[in-house]
Every structure is written in C-alpha cells, then in structure tokens.
Design a protein around this ligand. Structure first.
Ligand code: ZN
Length: 680
C-alpha cells in the first residue's frame, strides 16, 4: 500500500548559469518535472515546484575571466536568459530563484554552521596546487596540461574534454596554471569534509532496502556507489566566488558548489512562501527531485546525507533521473555549441512551444540515452500533432460551426459504437494517471494522445459529412460526442502541451476543467456557443528543417576547423631553394594496389610515373582500400632513395596530407593531367 501524502514538493535541477538551456536539459529534467507538476495541480493537489539558477562554482569564474567581466555579470546574463526561455516554453515553476540571493547565502551558511558546530564535518589538510604568481589556490579546472590518455594538450585538471576521461591534476603531463600560465606548486590547505562513509549504513537501508521502486538506472547507480565504498567529500573550496565558509580562519574559502546548490531548493521555497517548513519538514510531504543522470550521486547520496546530518528535514521520496539526449547522433556539448538552444528555438519556431515539448517527451531518454533528430521532429509534428490531434479537433469544431452555426447540438440516443467509444475515452484516465505517477511520461503522453486518436477514428467511422445528407438527427449526436471528446483532449494534454490545451478550451469557449472531469461526457453543454476554430498545429515544411540541419552542419565545420587549427604543426627550419629543387615530384597514376601479406598497414602500389612503371610500398592500408586507390592520379616523390620493405623494393613516396585527427588524404592534381608532369 503506497503511502498517502498531503502535499508535494517538486524540485528541478538548478541549471548552471554559465550558458543557456538546451534540449538535453529539457528532455532530461524540466519537461518531465513540468508535466508532473501540472498534473498534480490539475488534480487540485497542494504542490509547489521550485527551481533556480546555480550561480556559484569554478566554471563561472573561468568564463568571467575569459570574457574580462565579473562573475556577477556572467550569472546575471544567464540567469535572465534561462528564466525567460523557461517562461517562454511554459515551465510553470512556482518560483525560479537563484543561489546568489540573500536568502540563499543565509540558509546555506546556517546549514553549514549547524553541521560545523555539531562536529559533523572532519577537517583535513592536504597539498593542493597553488599559483605563486597569482597568489591563489587553483581549483582542478584551473590547471591545464596534456591528457595522459589521448595527448590533448588542453586537458583540465578534472577532465579531458577531448576523450572524456575523468582526471586528477596529478595525472596531467606538464601542468600549468590557467590563471597566469606559470607552473603551480603544491601548498598545504585546510578543508572541511562530510564523512559520507559514516552515512553508508543509513543510505543502504534508505535506498537499497526502502526504495527498490526507484528507476533501475537510479537505483543501480546508487548501489554501485555504495558498493564501491563512500569517501569523505570536501564541502569547501579555495575560491573567491561563492558563499564564504562561515567559520573563523576560513578566509579565501567558500562552500563547495555541490554543498550549496541543493540547499538552493530550500532557499527557493523560503523565498516562495513563509509557510516553507511544511514542505520541508513534514513527513506528509512527498519530495521528488527531477534531475539528469550526471546528478544522481549528489541527489541520492550527498544531499540526503547532508539532510540527515542536519536533521529535521524530509528526504526525497523519489529521484526519477533521466539518461542523456543526443543530437543527430552526437553528444550534446555546450563548449562545441552542439545543441539546440531553447532561446533560439523559441525565436525561430514562434508559437510552436508545444511541438518541442511534445517531441522531447515522446522521445525522452527515460531508460536509455536517446537521439533528437530534426527529421523526427518534423515527422512527429506532421504525422502526429497535425494529422491526429490537430485534425480531429479541427473537424469537430468546423463541422459544428458549419451545421449548427457554432451551437453545440444535443446528444440523442447513443448507438453501441458511441458507447464503446465513450468507454474507451473514459478508460484512458486510469492508465494516464498510473503512468505519470510512476514517472513514465512517454507512455503517459501516448495515453493523452490516444483520446484524439479515438476521436479521429470515431469521426472517420461515423462519417458525419456523409450522414448529414440522410440522417441529420444522428449527426447531432455524433458531433456532440466529438465535442465532448475534444474537451477531454484538452484536459488530458494540459500537462504536456499547455498552450494547445488552452487553445482548445478557448475555441470551445469553456473554462479550464479539473483533472477529475477527465472521461466525462457533459463537458460542453447542449446549445453552448463555441468560439472560432483555428488550426492547432501547422505542417512543418522541409526547408524549415533543412535550415536547422544547415546550421548544425556549419557548427560541425567550424568545430573541425577550430580543432584542426589547434593542431597545426609548427613551421620547420628554413631551407634554400636548391634544397627544394632536389626533390623530383611527378604526377602519377596508381595502376594497381594490393595489401602486403602479413602486414596491417602496408599496401603495394604499382604506379605510372610517366618515366616508368614502378612499385611503391606505402603505410596507408588502414586509411584506404586497394579498390579506392586504383585509377587515382597522385603526386609521387620519385627520386627518393629506394628502400626494401617486406622483400619489396619501394621506389618513391606517395604524397599525403594528414589532418588534425590523423586522417590521411591523397594529394591530387586539380585536373587530370599527363603522368610525369613535374610538380614544382
Ligand atoms: Zn584526453
């Protein structure tokens, strides 16, 4: 028997205020959170939804330094951008706060101080990198060097963005400070740690025993953290941006952003209502954290341990974290600008907020990583929203307008088929509720859409536009039923597509219904005058999609060029013209190519150099197949001293260009020319 709760507290991961929000954030966190909250509100539950910008931490100070502005200017800019774009997409947070607020500084400080006073932290001194030139300790992010795994010379002390490896500063080859460029030294520094190992027993019992119902990806990650053994975790950092550690002798130290950010949920609630304690301190409250999978450890292990250490707070009842959404087959990346940004979408797809909400929910990465493609976006809009939902609503309203001058016709005697249809609509409610309450939003959306599917089929089967000529009385009943289904659709889709729901209600000229009315067949009364029908959704044409694909292609090309520019070899020593003149390079045609037996890399090529036909052994078998080489004109250094390779005398060298990624390309004359033509 599930526990009954009197109220709900819904939290959504605080977006980091150093960049705009993209579709990955939306699909992972904010759309599911908004669906859940809207559903509970429609049901008349006592629910609040809190969110806000996470405005502390090292990446913000790095960005500020890069742009030559203050961290405050960075967070002001992105807080405003994120807040506005959330609003534009219909995110219905009760409060969208920020961790730079006064309330938050007080709340987080007091939280720390209580744990400090009660001896819940341990103090440890450790050796950390220090920049003597800039006179500052360096967070891991501030140390750059060469990645030991992939050789990227711009890896950070915590991560290599090229190969994705997690690193520690000690692993970097040739580490230097990102602040001054100097070589950092190690210095002793003191920090406070939350001894997570002491909370292992509590966490095991609470999660592994008590919350077996959590999503398997979340439960599994918690289990593997716990099985791996928990370590004390630092709650302070040497940094000048953040909430100062509120104890003496802690100058230059701030609360580690992962200690302060989740407390942001509490501060946001305080800013929302003086009655905040009933949401945080009563066992009758169900708290649900919506987050992405990269935040599981903080919301399931760290924050609950903090709450437990503090005492007096409730713990989350569920943490329905999603996996990641990719874009056109590639990982979404802020630094590579590989994303669909919400604020840009809202500008470019005016009035299509619900289309994005729909597609991101229908395709949400609930159980595994998923892919967003613009073709799928177009197909779902055209084949589902336009063809099913929009089409049904439009037909019901337009026919009512046409036959009855917009007055809802009375329902006459129902046929067996009418009753079946009505029963089908009514049956949706239970399934839809179960799916939302179990955080299966994709399935829930299918249920919500199912109502218009049923309606669409009903009109196609009953054909009122034909029957009207023979049995006008029957058509009144059909359209009455169709209008009731239309109103039901408005209720069912509200959590998912609030703009379209409101539009349907406006066209029906009725007020918003409560959730309990879902399934009812008396939502629009006989004789009621409906409003003007307009299209709910428009078809999205190929050129609109192509523009988005072109935009992504341009981003990809820019990234590749930037990447290549980073890896251009320095110029070699100067040579004299005579040195160059010594090289005899000729246009040649590859006549035959075959792999050299028992080697991986070697190809034996027969080339016509214009002077002669000769054999060249080239180490390019991993880059080209023999078939793709035959017939190609290439440039050959023909007077290179012959060399024997695997028993074959190689006479010359094929010229190639190697790009930053190590990919080889043949150098070819721009037009076909005669073999033996001299290059120089
Ligand atoms: Zn790497």
């Amino acid at each position: 028997m599930a526990k009954e709760f009197k109220r709900y507290l819904v939290t959504s991961a605080l977006p980091y205020a150093n960049g705009p929000v993209h579709i990955g954030h939306l699909a992972g966190v904010y759309i599911p959170s908004d669906i859940y909250t809207r559903y509970l509100r429609l049901k008349g539950c006592d629910v609040i939804s809190v969110c806000g910008s996470d405005e502390h931490g090292v990446p913000i100070t790095i960005k500020a330094r890069k742009e030559g502005v203050s961290p405050q200017q960075i967070v002001d800019r992105y807080h405003e951008l994120i807040r506005k774009s959330f609003e534009g997409l219909g995110m219905s947070f009760d409060i969208y706060s920020r961790t730079s607020s006064k309330t938050h500084a007080e709340t987080a400080s007091a939280f720390f101080r209580k744990l400090y006073d009660e001896g819940k932290f341990i103090e440890k001194t450790s050796m950390q990198y220090y920049d003597e030139e800039a006179q500052t300790f360096l967070a891991d992010r501030y140390i750059v060097g060469t990645c030991p795994k992939c050789g990227n010379d711009r890896a950070y002390g915590d991560q290599c963005e090229k190969c994705g490896s997690t690193l520690s500063p000690d692993e970097l080859i040739d580490p230097h400070s990102a602040v001054s460029g100097s070589v950092p030294v190690k210095r002793e520094t003191k920090h406070w740690y939350l001894p997570l190992d002491q909370y292992e027993g509590f966490l095991r019992e609470w999660i592994l025993e008590g919350h077996r119902e959590w999503k398997s990806n979340v439960y599994g990650q918690c289990k593997s953290w716990l099985d791996g053994g928990l370590q004390p975790r630092a709650v302070s950092r040497d940094l000048d941006w953040g909430i100062p550690v509120p104890v003496e002798g802690a100058e230059g130290k701030v609360l580690y952003v992962w200690f302060d950010a989740p407390i942001g949920y509490i501060s946001a609630t305080k800013d929302l209502t003086p009655d905040w304690e009933k949401y945080w301190k009563s066992e009758d409250t169900k708290m649900v954290h919506f987050i992405g999978k990269d935040n599981i450890v903080f919301h399931c292990i760290v924050f609950p341990s903090m709450l437990k250490a503090h005492g007096g707070y409730i713990l989350p009842e569920n943490v329905p974290a999603n996996e990641f959404l990719n874009l056109e087959g590639d990982k979404i990346s802020t630094s590579r600008n590989w994303a669909v940004w919400l604020h840009e979408y809202l500008e470019e797809f005016l009035g299509k907020e619900d289309v994005l909400r729909y597609v991101l929910c229908a395709n949400a990465p609930e159980t595994k990583d998923n892919d967003f493609t613009w073709k799928d976006f177009q197909a779902r809009n055209n084949n589902e929203l336009v063809a099913i939902l929009g089409n049904f609503v439009n037909r019901a309203l337009v026919l009512t307008k046409k036959y009855y001058d917009g007055r809802v016709p009375a329902c006459g005697e129902l046929t067996g088929y009418d009753r079946e249809t009505i029963a089908e609509v009514a049956a949706v409610k239970a399934s839809l509720e179960a799916n939302i309450e179990h955080y299966r939003f994709r399935e829930a959306l299918k249920d919500a859409m199912n109502i218009s599917r049923i309606g669409n089929k009903y009109l196609a089967d009953t054909e009122p536009w034909k029957v009207v000529k023979t049995d006008p009385e029957r058509v009144k009943t059909i359209l009455n039923v169709a209008l009731q289904i239309t109103a039901n659709t408005a209720i069912a889709i509200e959590p998912f597509m609030p703009f379209s729901s409101a539009k349907i209600l406006k066209m029906l000229a009725v007020d918003k219904f409560g959730w309990e009315r879902l399934g009812a067949m008396d939502l629009v009364p006989d004789g009621h005058a409906i409003g003007e029908p307009e299209l709910l959704f428009e078809k999205i044409e190929d050129d609109v999609i192509q523009r988005q694909l072109d935009k992504l292609a341009a981003t990809k090309a820019a990234n590749q060029a930037a990447e290549a520019a980073q890896h251009v070899e320095p110029q070699k020593d100067t040579i004299q013209f005579d040195d160059f003149q010594k090289m005899d390079i000729r246009v040649s045609t590859i006549l035959a190519a075959e792999k050299v037996a028992k080697t991986k890399k070697l190809l034996k090529l027969t080339v016509d150099t214009g002077i002669d036909k000769r054999e060249i052994v080239s180490g390019i078998a991993e880059h080209f197949t023999p078939e793709e080489l035959v017939g190609k004109q290439v440039l050959v250094l023909v007077n290179l001293a012959p060399r024997e390779l695997k028993g074959i005398l190689s006479k010359g060298m094929i010229l190639m260009a190697e790009d930053a990624s190590g990919k080889l390309r043949l150098l070819q004359p721009g037009d076909t020319t005669n073999n033996g033509a001299v290059v120089g």
